[in-house]
Design a binder for this molecule. Structure first.
Ligand code: NOJ
Length: 762
């Protein structure tokens, strides 16, 4: 089967390929096709397949250089990122397919992170739903929309574990837990890729491999240093899970791992990824990583390009290091051409899996671009998910839900700012048409009550601070003075019965390159809040954030706080419906919210110290592991989140106190909705290995279930515990379960569980 038998080659062969695909497209047929094509390629064409430049439609990195059509016609490019539109992409695909010698189609990549035209909540918020089917559906909808606009490859899922909210990219992942992170990673891969032969699915890209979320001091792009035990037990599981789920590509991370750049780290990219985990897709660098290796002090452009290929990188995003150096590398005898062949073969295989050789215009259906975007069912899924993602942190005297009566003052820089709501990586969401909370609430209450509005403050006052002041290039700063804005809010507060303050980060205050050292509310908003508190009116804080923030002061002075993250294009209606009680909040934190930045990293699955905090306030220095000024615990722990009802946990039983190899213990518990509203609860299962050969964490999430319970309803919830769930990577990195005592904890939050114990006997 030859592909390039002249200009008509691909059309002529399309029927044969169709048949092959229809018959199941056996791996050997794919291999045969790829080998055949490869055998006809010049070295320049091969290196072209490994080269991924950007188009300038959006900018996601520092380099401004973009590709030119001639490079495509010359077969010097394997794919393009940051280009939008079915028709526009079709015309460049035509150049690749019609004009290049071998007619090889391009991959078209884009960061479709949490929705495309329909904006879903940021990934961190999605994880707070603990709703795996909904997360899968969100990815499938994003794939459907993006693929209707010419995109065949998304740079998602981002599965980096993050224990440090100073890192702005905490927004893009599933939080601090390896088990939940793995479930989310799998769901997203399934959602994006599904059946890749369909034109509604896209290739996924697992990122950032590896450990990017552990950047020192929470500063983006910073270095990482970590033990192998922590890598294997905490940071690797979500990557591994996505590989097991069949993710088609992997992006290397920007950071150093064991002294080497992740992009040129053979242990990471070949030993772990390919040999240990059997990954069979291709590896792409992150944006300009090969260039950046020299800035790290890691050698010349030539050496770094060679080292990256040798380590297992297949495709070079932006740097053009492969384009400049690989041919020379072969000529100099520094790399065998066979190494280039392997990389090319993986990329051609991905194109084959996507069906691009059969139909290179599969993603350029301009009709679908008109009919498949922002559909009512997609918007409903996005709104439902947003509502499920909000985490009610405090609700004294059931201030929430509000009644639509009297006068409500809506205030804060996020109250009437639809463009901010989609948050970082807003995809192709129409920011100017995104409804604001004010618009939504006014629509909802009609003339049942009055919603007063005053912006109250900008995101912050400091003229040197840029973040949060613009969104997608739009200026969000109010030109009035801080005092004028404050006065207006105070005046309106006088006649209000209740105040809803929409405060927090701007939509671009978290995400890539958006680390923060102070995680409290910005200055201007603190002043606004203080002044509002002084009025004595009841205040509900809606905290908009792309990470865990520090709300210690607000927790002291306010009766009600709900974290609403950045909820996507439908966030405003979701907020309204939760605030007015049509929907009961059910989200639970997937990151611990610190009391103070000084506590970071603070996370639930920590190890014990030899000197745990003494449980009383000693008037002398206790020589224990604690702070003198604040408790060790976070303000709001992992797994925490309130509802408008209460759930009672009782009658925790286990089927046996001994677990044998190949055996199962069933742990079951009664969960009762004791309030008078129907609501959802997320029941969490944790296990503690009491004594083992490497220091165990105090608890680890091993299961969860989302339940819907009617008011007054009870349900018996059970989890099966197997020896597989007790396994961990030991000192020698063997994945084992060790005999001994284990505690099982079940509850509605990591800090509120009931406990049982059993013995594991081999
Ligand atoms: C850099 C980011 O780290 C990565 O997540 C993204 O996919 C690429 N830029 C491409 O935009």
């Amino acid at each position: 089967m030859g592909y390039n038998t002249g200009k008509l080659g691909f059309r002529g062969l399309s029927a044969a390929l169709s048949m092959a695909l229809a018959m199941g497209a056996a791996a050997e047929e794919c291999q045969e096709f790829v080998d055949n094509l490869l055998s006809q390629m010049t070295i320049d064409e091969k290196i072209g397949q490994l080269t991924l430049p950007a188009a300038g439609d959006i900018s996601t990195g520092t380099s401004r250089k973009t590709f030119v059509d001639q490079q495509v016609a010359d077969g010097k490019i394997g794919g393009i990122l940051n280009i939008r539109g079915a028709e526009k992409i079709r015309s460049i695909q035509e150049v690749a397919v019609e004009k290049s010698r071998l007619h090889i189609p391009l991959l078209i990549g884009m960061d479709v992170i949490h929705g495309y035209r329909t904006g879903f909540p940021i990934p961190l918020a999605q994880s707070c739903t603990w709703d795996i089917p909904a997360i899968e559906e969100a990815a499938a909808i994003a794939a459907k929309e993006a693929s209707a606009c010419g995109i065949s490859w998304t740079f998602s899922p981002m599965v980096d574990i993050s224990r440090d909210p100073r890192w702005g990219r905490q927004a893009e992942g599933a939080g601090e837990d390896p088990y939940l992170g793995s479930e989310v990673a799998r769901a997203m891969v399934r959602g994006f890729q599904g059946d890749l032969s369909k034109d509604t699915q896209v290739l996924a890209c697992l990122k950032h491999f590896a450990l990017y979320g552990a950047a020192e001091a929470g500063r983006d792009y910073n270095t990482v240093d970590m033990s192998r035990q922590q890598m294997y037990n905490v940071y690797f599981p979500p990557y591994k899970a996505a590989v097991e789920e069949g993710v088609g590509s992997v992006m290397s991370s920007f950071n150093i791992v064991d002294g080497l750049h992740a992009t040129a780290n053979p242990w990471l990219l070949t030993e772990v990824l390919r040999n240990q985990w059997s990954f069979d897709g291709f590896v792409v660098t992150d944006y300009a990583s090969i260039n950046e290796m020299s800035t790290h002090g890691l050698g010349s452009d030539y050496d770094n390009s060679i080292a990256a290929l040798k380590a297992g990188t297949d495709m070079d995003m932006i740097s053009e290091g492969f384009a400049r150096n690989l041919k020379k590398g072969v000529e100099n005898g520094d790399i065998p051409e066979a190494l280039i062949d392997s990389a090319v073969s993986r990329i051609l295989t991905a194109k084959y899996r996507l069906g691009l050789f059969q139909n290179p215009y599969k993603y350029n259906n301009t009709e679908r671009e008109k009919t498949d975007l922002y559909l009512p069912e997609a918007r409903k899924a996005a709104k439902d998910m947003a509502a499920k993602s909000f985490v009610l942190l405090k609700n004294e005297n059931s201030l929430l839900p509000l009644k639509a009566e009297g006068k409500i003052l809506l205030t804060g820089p996020l109250a009437d700012s639809g463009a901010n709501l989609p948050g970082t990586w807003a995809g192709d969401v129409l920011l100017d048409q995104t409804k604001s909370v004010l618009e939504s609430m006014r629509e909802y209450v009609g003339n049942k009550c009055e919603i007063l509005y005053a912006k109250g403050s900008n995101i912050c006052d400091d003229p040197h601070v840029e973040w949060g002041m613009t969104v997608g290039g739009r200026e969000m700063r109010d030109s009035r003075s801080a005092q004028e804005m404050l006065n207006e809010a105070l005046e309106k507060a006088q006649s209000a019965d209740v105040i809803v303050a929409c405060l927090g980060e701007g939509g671009e205050g978290s995400g890539e390159g958006s680390s923060r050292a102070d995680l409290t509310l910005p200055d201007a908003q603190q002043r606004l809040l203080e002044a509002l508190v002084a009025t004595g009116k009841p205040i509900v804080l809606l905290n908009f954030s792309g990470r865990a923030t520090v709300l210690s002061h607000e927790d002291e002075v306010l009766p009600a706080i709900m974290n609403v993250w950045f909820g996507g294009s439908e966030a405003a209606d979701a907020i309204t419906e939760v605030v007015f009680g049509d929907i009961c909040p059910s989200g639970k934190l997937t990151v611990s919210m610190p009391r103070s930045v000084g506590q970071i990293p603070v996370y639930y699955n920590h190890l014990m110290t030899g000197r745990p905090k003494i449980p009383y306030d000693a008037p002398y220095r206790p020589y224990s592991s604690n702070y003198l000024d604040i408790p060790n615990s976070p303000l709001y722990p992992f797994g925490y989140g309130l509802s408008y009802t209460n759930f009672d946990y009782s009658d925790f039983e286990i089927s046996d106190t001994e677990l044998k190899d190949n055996g199962v213990i069933t742990a079951s518990i009664n969960v009762k909705n004791t309030g008078n509203r129907d609501a959802d609860e997320i029941v969490q299962l944790y296990i503690r290995d009491v004594i083992r050969s490497i220091a165990p964490p105090v608890m680890e999430l091993k299961g969860f279930q989302r339940l819907s319970l009617k008011a007054g309803e009870s349900r018996r919830v059970s989890f099966d515990i197997t020896p597989e769930m007790l396994k961990f990577y030991n000192y020698d990195l063997e994945f084992v379960a060790e005999p001994g005592q284990f505690d099982i904890m079940i509850g509605g939050s990591s800090d509120k569980t009931l406990k049982q114990s059993f013995e594991y006997k081999q």
